[in-house]
Design a protein. Sequence first.
Length: 510
Amino acid sequence: MKVLSVLLLVVIAVVCCLAQPPQIATDDQNQNDYLTLNYALTLEHLEAAFYREGLARFSAADFQAAGYDSSVRPYISLIGAHEDAHVTLLVNVLEQNGVPAVRACTYNFNASLSSVRNFLSTAQLLEVTGTQAYDGAANTINNANYLQVAASIATVEARHSAYLNQLNNRTAFPLAFEEALTPEQVVAAAGSFFVSCPDGDVQYPVFAYTYVTLDSNGTYFNRSGQLENSEQIQNDDDLLNYALTLELFGQSFYNRARNFSLAQFQAAGFGNLYNYFQMIIDHENAHVNFLSSVLTSRGATPAQPCTYNYGPALDSVANALNFARTLENLEVTAYVGAINTITDYQLIQGAATIATVEARHAQFLNQALLNISVNNASLDDANVPAAILNITAPFFGADCVAPQQPVQAYTLQFLNVQAAAATATPSPSVAAATPSPSPSTAATPAPSPSTVPTPSATVAPSGTPTPTASPTTCTVSPSPSSSCGCNGNNGNDDGNVIINFYFADMLRGL
């Protein structure tokens, strides 16, 4: 009887803490933005508390006794530090605008912390849920700066998910497009951890995907619920073609790199990456098909492939993999840097679900090639279109037409908040080798997401050790000449500076 009473209280508390959203006036966009930020903060509090409690319970010896190498616990500690940084950032944003930030709740993690293995399995659940919650809420945000901050957090959560998926013997990137979760789905996944919350019910934002973006008369509405004018529609088309131009650049590279056989991958020492590489290729093809289909449906002309010169990137399997790693990290910064130029809220969600998959690809390749299982930076960089096109321009032939750049949202008033730095120092990751997964083929979506069969194997990373993480202060105040996040410090190696260096090496071979 006592047990039933306790369970009943827990159920009541969960319903109280994560109640259904009240209907607020859709024209009160600032208020809705603050609801979204507090919704995100509620999840970040949950994640941060979970890592603190789990790491306090399990020592390095416990991890090793459970069969994990000495690098895993420091990486989990780094993920926990990222979640603390996200909490600090969101609290600062809210308080700077005079909005009370929700406080941490009381949680029950007992079942999830019964063993190291359960701890890591639950960590995977929370990171995947967090990634998909951000993607599901991205199109409720009206303020361009808040949207970019959310995107830069979401892609870091996706990087965490990629690593934790592998620790739990799942593929780093099971889908060509990330799922976007509704609040109800988030509650179903994470609601059981809540016992009570000091600030009462968490109010959800109004979720834009309950509306119709394109009505029966072919009229578009922006994320403020207002009629899009012709300039906004054109700007969204420009953004789509900008993204498509980058995806076509990547698609051409990947489809040419597909000529490398399994035997060549094995001879180069990368046999365990072959099937994963094919999955990335399938995902990139899916992204091209999706963007082309959306542009066509909007009555716009999709960008077309042209002549590309990849230099020595296709000379060997090793070169191809390193170019792919650089390209995937660059694409992440491109999506984060341009997502706040979009006004059509369904397009925002589409861009978010691609960006987080690109982040999964990037982190998988970071781990496989550089032994960087988790990047040091708690926010992903945001590169504006002009910077991205400048970096990639030398690879485009004379017949390539530069896309019309979308109008940047950086003319708005931006925040000046300090993001707490992650200070954990992970050791090099040396995972045990496992059998290579069997080949898998991705279905081609147009335009809905498609599922890719999931190999159940952990990739054995090889390469250089992870650099020591150093305390870094990120100022979130982008301008036309700067980016949001720690510029050039995204995972130490794969930041903008190193991306430029690597492409410069490729250019010397042209």
